[in-house]
Every structure is written in structure tokens, then in C-alpha cells.
Design a protein around this ligand. Structure first.
Ligand code: SF4
Ligand code: SF4
Length: 136
């Protein structure tokens, strides 16, 4: 199974070799979807964990017992394509490339699999067409 989680490190512990431990102790495959870590401050990772349910559960328990906050990435972005005028304002906010406008039709394309849930598009769109909803 694959599960996306938000991992928040307390200040001063962002340098922990968490990713190494996930592999070594629990044999978990993972991808770092987003990283926001500064020395001496709280750090945040969005991870996609890939393993069976039991190993993921144990890994999450281990991280929590190590003082790391783990929460499910439970919302997703949706937008009302019927009202979109393809002005492109949202694409410059979308650093992951989930939103793009390209030739030949110059219409907005949303690729949810690239979305890192930064929510910048919620305020970037002048028509406020973006919102969040719970993931399936
Ligand atoms: S939430 Fe962020 S990554 Fe996702 S579509 Fe909006 S701007 Fe792009
Ligand atoms: S900013 Fe809003 S109206 Fe403009 S392209 Fe993006 S979704 Fe469409």
C-alpha cells in the first residue's frame, strides 16, 4: 500500500537520519514529495511511504515515539474547470508543475498526481476556483 504523510520535526532535530532509519529498520520504500527543513527550526517533509500496512504502522509509531509528528495527507485540491478562463495566474504559483498552460490550446491543465498540496493556487486564482477536499 502507499500512504502519504506529513512529517514535522521539532526544532533542533531536523537533521535526524529519519529516511535512513525508515529503510534500515522497516524496509520501507519512500519518496520525498516536499521538503522544508531549515537548521535549528521545525522542519517538514511530505513523504509517500510504500510498504505493507503493518510495516507502515510500525514506522509511524517509531517516528512518533522519536518526537516526530506524523499526520496523514488527507486533503486534495480540486478546481472548477467550468469557470476557468485560462488566465494562467495559478500556474506561476504552482512550483510542482501540477498546473500548466501549453500550446496548442492554451487551456489550463491540472495534473493532481504532481500536486504537493502547498495551497498557493487557492489565493492565486482571481476567480477563487480552487478549494480543498478530503482525499478518497
Ligand atoms: S496546491 Fe500547490 S502544487 Fe497543488 S495545484 Fe495548487 S499550487 Fe499546485
Ligand atoms: S488562475 Fe483561475 S481562472 Fe486563471 S487559469 Fe488558474 S484556475 Fe483558471
Amino acid at each position: 500500500m502507499v500512504r502519504k504523510v506529513v512529517v514535522t520535526f521539532p526544532a533542533g532535530s531536523a537533521g535526524r537520519s529519519l529516511t535512513y532509519e525508515l529503510i534500515k529498520k522497516f524496509d520501507i520504500m519512500f519518496s520525498i514529495i516536499k521538503a522544508d527543513i531549515d537548521a535549528g527550526r521545525r522542519g517538514k517533509l511530505v513523504l509517500e511511504l510504500d510498504a505493507d500496512e503493518d510495516r507502515i504502522r510500525k514506522a509511524i509509531k517509531y517516528m512518533e515515539e522519536s518526537g516526530v509528528e506524523v499526520s496523514p495527507l488527507e486533503s486534495k485540491i480540486k478546481y472548477d474547470s467550468t469557470l476557468c478562463i485560462s488566465c494562467g495566474a495559478c500556474t506561476s504559483s504552482c512550483l510542482s508543475g501540477a498546473l500548466s498552460i501549453k500550446a496548442p490550446d492554451w487551456k489550463l491543465v491540472f495534473q493532481p498526481d504532481k500536486c504537493i498540496l502547498c495551497k498557493l493556487c487557492l489565493t492565486a486564482c482571481p476567480l477563487r476556483l480552487f478549494s480543498t477536499e478530503f482525499a478518497d
